[in-house]
Design a protein around this ligand. Structure first.
Ligand code: AMP
Length: 285
């Protein structure tokens, strides 16, 4: 049975579990603190720190894993990315003290000290920019380093920017954009890849479904062309006759979730009735 390394705690753990559950691979462990669990009887999950997952996957202790691409790059280990999972989105940024006069990388001079949990990525980034720096590796809370005088600037993860702000720091550059990824060390052509490909299809179908809704509406036949223009669907909407529907027909379509509010408003204006919107569990085009 293939083994998949999942984050045991922290920001990525709940989203990773939810994704497997939504794909029909429920996490069944012996209690909250179990170190292993079954994933729907198809895979074995092992729960480890997100930062250790690139290592576990590269070493073959697990055949696949879920972790942030920031941690994969920092590990320097060779693994293959199978799927961007769209959660755990954040950016690794260069930040400076609010009161400093630095507002862009070109304002840096001398040999600034950079506190970071990501020494490898940070060294690579500044080398590529031809900016000499001294790296101050820390294992957490890098944002306090400038205030303690142990560093001039930081390279740290942010998503909303609020932690930086609270700590009196401002962003001056983005180093990388990160999100959670499914990674593997099983080479293409290996018989185990078929099972991983199936997993990728299942997870991708859940991710696709999450960003879409299934919409049904009764539409005046005379407005059909206008409704079709705003409801492209996957292959165009399904149009169904309604028994005793008179001048109305039923239209079903898969629509983007992000614009559903506006879509409903437009449909109402076109005289549509009985509008119904539901979530989709999985979507395989
Ligand atoms: P953990 O330290 O276990 O909570 O996991 C940290 C990982 O979560 C990071 O390496 C990123 O991949 C991801 N992440 C997503 N948003 C953030 C954020 N705002 N700050 C830190 N890590 C984040």
């Amino acid at each position: 049975m293939l083994r998949i390394a999942l984050p045991n705690k922290g920001r990525l753990s709940e989203d990773a579990r939810d994704l497997f559950t939504d794909a029909g691979l429920e996490v069944r462990g012996k209690g909250e603190r179990a170190l292993t669990a079954s994933l729907g009887g198809e895979f074995e999950a092992i729960f480890v720190r997100a930062a250790d997952i690139p290592e576990f996957v590269a070493d073959g202790a697990a055949q696949a894993g879920i972790t942030g691409i920031d941690l994969v790059l920092e590990s320097g280990r060779q693994v293959e990315e199978l799927l961007d999972l769209a959660f755990g989105r954040c950016r690794l940024v260069v930040a400076v003290r609010d009161e400093s006069s630095i507002r862009q990388l070109s304002d840096l001079h001398g040999r600034p000290r950079v506190a970071t949990v990501f020494p490898r990525i940070t060294a690579g980034f500044f080398a590529a920019q031809n900016i000499p720096v001294d790296i101050v590796p820390v294992s957490g809370a890098a944002e306090i380093a400038p205030h303690l005088g142990i560093a001039d600037i930081v390279v740290d993860l942010t998503s909303t920017g609020s932690t930086l702000k609270v700590n009196g720091l401002v962003e001056v550059a983005t180093v990388i954009e990160s999100s959670a990824r499914l990674i593997t060390c099983v080479p293409a052509g290996d018989p185990r890849r078929a099972q991983l490909d199936e997993l990728v299809d299942a997870l991708a179908s859940v991710l696709r479904a999450r960003s879409r809704r299934y919409l049904m509406a009764n539409v005046p036949r005379v407005r059909l062309a206008e409704v079709q223009a705003i409801l492209p669907g996957i292959n165009g909407p399904t149009v169904i006759d309604i028994l005793d529907g008179g001048e109305m027909v039923a239209v079903h379509a898969v629509v983007p979730a992000a614009t559903i509010y506006r879509t409903i408003g437009q449909l109402k204006q076109l005289g549509c009735q009985g509008i119904l919107v539901t979530r989709i569990e999985r979507l395989m085009p």
